[in-house]
Write a protein that binds this ligand. Sequence first.
Ligand code: NAP
Length: 277
Amino acid sequence: MKMVTLPDGEQVAALGQGTWFMGDKPANRKDEIAALRAGIDLGMTVIDTAEMYGSGRSERLVGEALQGRRDQVFLVSKVLPNNAGFKDCIAACERSLQRLQTDRLDLYLLHWRGGVPFSETIEAFETLKRDGKIRRWGVSNLDIDDMDELVAAPGGEQVSTNQLLYNLSRRGIEWDLLPWCQNRGLPVMAYSPVEQARLLNDSGLVSLANELGLSVAQLALAWILRQQNVIAIPKAGHTAHVQENARAAQINLSPETLSRLDRLFPPPVGPRPLDIL
Ligand code: NAP
């Protein structure tokens, strides 16, 4: 598995697993747990969840899937902006830990920016770190001006990642935010890397993938993983999809393929407001 180095030196898998909508349908529970476990066995050990997903149902499912495997994974959860005040954040983290049946998170993210000043959320994160409840913290859906403000706040330089919408059809961050993060050694976690499956039906991408003998998901994921310091977290509730996705970490795309992808999905030619799902 290709690895990405976090600012504190910890190495994590470049290909992980998302869990949004997992745990929502009881009929799918067994398959979703099996899919997550298969992904862990294949080295996709970054598991991303959030208190928001199914109002805790995703975290509960992840907790069940990780029974006996907690030490094999790098576990990520997120606090909602309206729980990002000092006391609320500590309490939200405790609830997430309970649902996940664990004593610590490897990474805790502010899901997006709300009304609480960054300094207050950072204080909560640093307190959780000192108490051993989280090992590090980061943010999600923050554009460049928010990132400038964050790192200027007391303790803000401790940020470990920015989790962002990034895939072939959402390339806006390549203009400024991705370089901003890369220049600071800050990995980006690419969420919705196959655009919630919408990319998989793109006719140009389908033709190119067929020509290369790849699945469309593999091509889309390999394109994200071509970058240094980017982690992709596809969600797949079916084991066959997970197995297919895992192979993307071994694929190197040629310069010619990358040029063809640039023609199908042109890179940005100027700054754009941050895309969010
Ligand atoms: P995604 O990973 O781009 O797409 C998920 C969809 O793609 C599912 O329907 C899945 O199907 C399908 N899929 C995956 N691999 C496939 C394959 N090989 N072949 C065919 N279909 C495949 O979308 P996402 O769930 O929005 O994003 C991934 C994760 O990022 C989320 O689960 C969540 O953890 C995180 N996220 C974070 C934010 C944020 O604000 N920070 C926002 C959105 C997402 P099956 O499930 O049927 O296998």
